[in-house]
Design a protein around this ligand. Structure first.
Ligand SMILES: *Cc1c(COP(=O)(O)O)cnc(C)c1O
Length: 431
C-alpha cells in the first residue's frame, strides 16, 4: 500500500490505521473523510525534530491551516509543538475557539480586510505576514489604537520558478502574492514598514509554491532571500531575525511520485543557510516553515459508496461514486492524480480499467481517469488515498450535495470530529 498505515485485513477489506474501511462506511455513512491522527502527529514530528536538530533555537514549523481547517486539528498540532498559519478571520476564529494560543498564529493573506486586521490584532495574533503596503498602514494604525506594537514579517517574492503547477506556483516576480525583490519594490516596502509606527519588523517571508520535491528549490530561495536581506542591511542598516520560508514539501499521491525526505531537506536548507550567512557575515536567523499538505495529506482517506459501473461500449467504463468534485475538487482544478482502492475487495487484483466519476452535473467531475481497481459492484466502498489536504478545505455544496462527515482515528478509537451536514444545515441561512 502507498502508506504504512494502510493494510488489507482478514475480511479482505482496506484497513486505515487498523480500522476496517467498510465498517467505517457502514457506521458513519459515505462520502466520509477519515483522518489518522497518529499519521498527522508522525508528520509533525518530522518537522519539529529536524528543525530542533539543525536550526537555531526559536525556529518552528507552522501548520498551514488552509490545507485542512476544522477545530479538531488544532489541539493535535499544538500538542506537537507547531504554530499555525491562518488566512482569514474564519481560520483565526476556528483556531482560537479550539484553544490554540493566538501568539503562535501567523496571519497571512493578500487582501486582509480592515475588519480582519482589527480582529487579528484584538485577538493577539503573534505575527502578521504583511503582504503589501496598503495593509501596512491599516495594521500600524490598528496596533497603535490599541497601544501595542504588532510583530510582522514582510512577504516578498524571490522570483523563482520551482517547476510546479501554474496554479500553485507563487514565487515568480509576476505574482499577486507579496512584493517583488527584483523590481526594487521590496526594499521600499521594508523601508516603509520600518518607518510605520505600531509595527515591528521581525523578518521576511517567502513561499515559492507547493508540491515541491527537490531541496534545491528551497536552497535557491534561501540564496535569494539572504541576498535581499544583505542589500536591506546595506541600504537601511536593518538585520532580519526571522526567515519564514513558507511551505510546499511534496507528498506521494501515486506510486510514481518521488518520496520527499523531510529531515534531509531541512538539513540541506539549514546547511545552505548557515554557509550563506557565514559567507555574508549575516547573523543566522530563526527559521519558520509552513507545511500544510505534508502534515495532513497522507493522513486522510475519503470513502465513497459506488453506484456501480457504466460501460460505454467501445470507449470506457465509468465507476460512479456518491461524492466527487464537491468533496474533492482537485481533479477538476488541476487534474491531480490519486490512488484508488476498492476497499471492499482490497485483496482482489486491481485489474479493472475505469474512470471514476462524481455525481455532479459537470463532465469535469472526476476523481481519477484511466486507472485500475478491483472490479466494483454497486454498494462497494471505494477509497481514495491521500486526501487529507485541500479536500475537506475546498469542499462545496455544488448541486446541493451535502458536505461529508470527518472522523478521526486515534490509537484504535474513532470519533466524529465534524458531523455530516444535514438538509436543515444547508438551508439554515436562507430566509
Ligand atoms: C499554501 C501555503 C502554504 C502551505 O503549502 P503546502 O504546499 O500545503 O505545504 C504555506 N505558506 C503559504 C504562504 C501558503 O500560501
Amino acid at each position: 500500500m502507498l502508506y504504512p498505515n494502510l493494510s488489507v485485513n482478514k475480511a479482505g477489506h482496506l484497513a486505515i490505521a487498523g480500522i476496517d474501511a467498510c465498517e467505517l462506511a457502514k457506521k458513519y455513512g459515505t462520502p466520509l473523510y477519515v483522518l489518522d491522527e497518529n499519521r498527522v502527529r508522525h508528520n509533525c514530528r518530522l518537522y519539529t525534530k529536524a528543525m530542533k536538530a539543525y536550526l537555531p533555537q526559536g525556529s518552528m514549523p507552522l501548520y498551514a491551516s488552509k490545507a485542512l481547517c476544522f477545530k479538531g486539528i488544532y489541539p493535535v498540532v499544538a500538542d506537537e509543538g507547531l504554530g499555525a498559519d491562518v488566512v482569514s478571520a474564519g481560520e483565526v476564529a476556528t483556531a482560537i475557539r479550539a484553544g490554540f494560543p493566538a501568539e503562535n498564529l501567523c496571519f497571512h493573506g493578500t487582501n486582509k480586510t480592515d475588519a480582519e486586521i482589527a480582529y487579528g490584532v484584538e485577538q493577539g495574533v503573534g505575527h502578521f505576514v504583511v503582504d503589501n503596503a496598503n495593509e501596512l498602514a491599516v495594521l500600524g494604525k490598528e496596533a497603535q489604537a490599541r497601544g501595542i506594537v504588532q510583530r510582522v514579517l514582510l512577504r516578498v517574492t524571490v522570483g523563482l520558478d520551482p517547476h510546479t503547477l501554474e496554479a500553485i506556483n507563487t514565487g515568480r516576480v509576476d505574482s499577486q502574492f507579496g512584493v517583488p525583490i527584483e523590481t526594487g519594490q521590496a526594499l521600499r516596502f521594508v523601508r516603509e514598514a520600518l518607518n510605520t509606527p505600531g509595527i515591528e519588523v521581525e523578518g521576511f517571508h517567502s513561499h515559492i509554491g507547493s508540491q515541491i520535491f527537490e531541496a534545491t528549490s528551497f536552497c535557491d530561495q534561501v540564496d535569494r532571500l539572504l541576498a535581499f536581506a544583505c542589500s536591506v542591511r546595506e541600504e537601511l542598516g536593518y538585520e532580519a531575525g526571522i526567515f519564514n520560508l513558507g511551505g510546499g514539501f511534496g507528498v506521494c499521491y501515486v506510486e510514481d511520485d518521488p518520496q520527499v525526505d523531510i529531515d534531509e531537506n531541512i538539513y540541506q536548507i539549514a546547511q545552505h543557510l548557515e554557509a550563506g550567512c557565514a559567507h555574508a557575515n549575516y547573523p543566522m536567523p530563526r527559521v519558520f516553515l509552513e507545511p500544510g499538505r505534508s502534515i495532513v495529506a497522507d493522513a486522510g482517506v475519503t470513502l465513497y459508496t459506488t453506484g456501480g459501473t457504466k460501460t460505454v461500449e467501445g470507449y470506457r467504463s465509468y465507476v460512479t461514486v456518491d461524492g466527487g468534485m464537491t468533496d474533492n475538487p482537485r481533479y477538476a482544478l488541476y487534474k491531480s492524480a490519486y490512488t484508488l482502492v476498492n476497499a471492499s475487495r482490497a485483496q482482489e487484483p486491481a485489474d479493472f480499467p475505469c474512470t471514476v466519476a462524481g455525481r455532479c452535473c459537470e463532465s469535469g467531475d472526476r476523481i481519477a481517469e484511466d486507472i485500475r481497481i478491483a472490479q466494483p459492484k454497486r454498494g462497494d466502498v471505494i477509497a481514495v488515498l491521500t486526501t487529507g489536504a485541500y479536500n475537506f478545505a475546498m469542499s462545496s455544496n455544488y448541486n446541493r450535495v451535502l458536505r461529508p462527515a470527518l472522523v478521526m482515528i486515534f490509537n484504535g478509537a474513532v470519533r466524529v470530529a465534524v458531523r455530516r451536514q444535514t438538509i436543515d444545515d444547508l438551508l439554515a441561512l436562507e430566509q
